[in-house]
Design a protein around this ligand. Structure first.
Ligand code: B12
Ligand code: SF4
Ligand code: SF4
Length: 362
């Protein structure tokens, strides 16, 4: 029989063997305050058109036993996604460079669009989940109960709130979980549920203090208060989740971001020491040319290993056209805009119209 100290050390060793060094455990007790906050946020419209965030989601996400009956503990991990640390758990940290190799080598190199850091490697949903499921297998072999399903972003589980309660970090005013490690908030979160009463970790006491850099730095005012986001204004939501055409405000808002947004983490002092290669800069004209020539399925195959699958060809093309309009369309790019006006997807045609209208009114 192992004591709590030994069990905690064993869990950490096994996680480290999978390249996961930021680990904590919390109980599966419901998170009643977070449930209420999530319900208020959805009811107030702050989850935009993410209808999947409504209904029973908050009740389920904040009560792990509703996902896995009998769950008594939650093992949370934070997996860094910037710098060399990503390679410890991601077998293809350059997956996006490889998928876009043709576009990245294309000409002209300017203007560029930005892709958020988290999307540069493998699609973390599958890769990190597989890592965690392999870890769960190791835990079971050691006699430590661990569910077969791991949770990484794509199931209803309040990952940030659980990670904070498991002592991995604190929830910053930008709503992200900030760790004390050099990777700061540049981490994915993942979970394994256990039917055992594992030794739990204490939440850490840190907070953002008087800092408000993210609230001031968000280019669209999406952080409407400390720890409160209005996704309708968030570039990450607009470029990845928002369906259909953009209105004028949304088109201006995305600036040069074409997938995700990192600004509220870039300005965060907690991230100052991270090994951070920055967002991926993608030349827009070669990207638009490539996307116009592809069908949705061919795009899906080309980026299958990456998180870009979430946006699909139509949203990425919409975003790239709008970013081109925001940068100012060079003369040689008008034939691309003209082709986009005849694209089969309505949001792409609408983006081309917006670009033309913006240029005409400039
Ligand atoms: C929906 C969603 C989004 C939405 C909404 C974001 C949001 N802040 O809620 C959009 C599309 C905008 C989004 C964007 C991003 N996302 Co996202 N997203 C999710 C998802 C699927 C659900 C989050 C959710 O439930 N939101 C609803 C809010 C209300 O609940 P909550 O976030 O759980 O909890 C909040 C409240 O409890 C509140 N809170 C806590 N205590 C207190 C106290 C007070 C007084 C108050 C007022 C509030 C408060 O703060 C918490 C944090 O927001 C999670 C995965 C998951 N299953 O949890 C990933 C997740 C949160 N996203 C993630 C990432 C990486 C991002 C982006 C960085 C991607 C990018 N670069 O573009 C951006 C960051 C934008 C931002 N500032 O949040 C990571 C975050 C990792 C981390 N370090 O925190 C997660 C955990 C995915 C993962 N498994 O790694 N995302
Ligand atoms: S991801 Fe970008 S738009 Fe969204 S809250 Fe952060 S800085 Fe604002
Ligand atoms: S920028 Fe400042 S206020 Fe915002 S999350 Fe980072 S430390 Fe907290």
């Amino acid at each position: 029989m192992r004591d709590a100290q030994q069990e905690r050390a064993r869990i950490r060793d096994l996680a480290a063997a999978h390249g996961l060094s930021v680990v904590g455990v919390t109980s599966a007790e419901p998170l009643l305050e977070d449930r209420a906050r999530m319900e208020v946020s959805f009811a107030a419209g702050r989850m935009a058109r993410m209808d999947w965030m409504g209904g029973e989601r908050a009740a389920i996400a904040t009560d792990p036993a509703r996902l896995a009956p009998g769950a008594r503990s939650v093992l949370m991990v934070a997996a860094p996604y910037v710098g060399a640390e990503r390679g410890r758990w991601d077998p293809a940290p350059d997956a996006l460079h490889r998928a876009l190799a043709r576009v990245l080598a294309g000409s002209p190199a300017e203007p560029t669009g930005r892709i958020a850091r988290y999307a540069v490697g493998s699609d973390y949903h599958g890769v990190l989940r597989s890592r965690l499921e392999a870890l769960a297998g190791d835990l079971r072999r050691e006699g430590i109960a661990a569910g077969e399903t791991a949770y990484v972003d794509d199931r209803p589980l309040a990952e940030r709130a659980l990670a904070a309660r498991a002592g991995l970090g604190w929830i910053g005013k930008n709503t992200n979980l900030l760790t004390h490690r050099s990777q700061g908030s540049w981490v994915f979160l993942g979970a394994i549920l256990s039917s055992a009463e594992l030794p739990t970790d204490e939440p850490i006491r840190s907070s953002c203090g008087a800092c408000t850099r993210c609230l001031a730095g968000c280019p669209t005012g999406a952080l409407v208060g400390p720890r409160t986001i209005d996704a309708r204004r968030c570039i990450s939501y607009l470029t990845i989740e928002h369906p259909g055409p953009f209105d004028d405000w949304e088109a201006d808002a995305i600036g040069d971001w074409i997938f995700g947004c990192d600004v509220c983490q870039e300005v965060c002092p907690v991230n100052a020491d991270a090994d951070d290669g920055g967002p991926l800069l993608v030349p827009l004209l070669p990207l638009i040319d490539w996307l116009l020539g592809l069908g949705g399925r061919a795009f899906g195959r080309a980026v299958a290993e990456t998180a870009l699958t979430r946006a699909g060809r139509h949203r990425l093309l919409r975003n790239a056209l709008v970013a081109l309009g925001n940068a100012g369309v060079p003369n040689e790019a008008w034939p691309l805009v003209e082709r986009a006006r005849h694209d089969p997807r309505a949001e792409v045609r609408a983006a081309a119209q917006l670009v033309a209208a913006k240029a005409a009114s400039a």
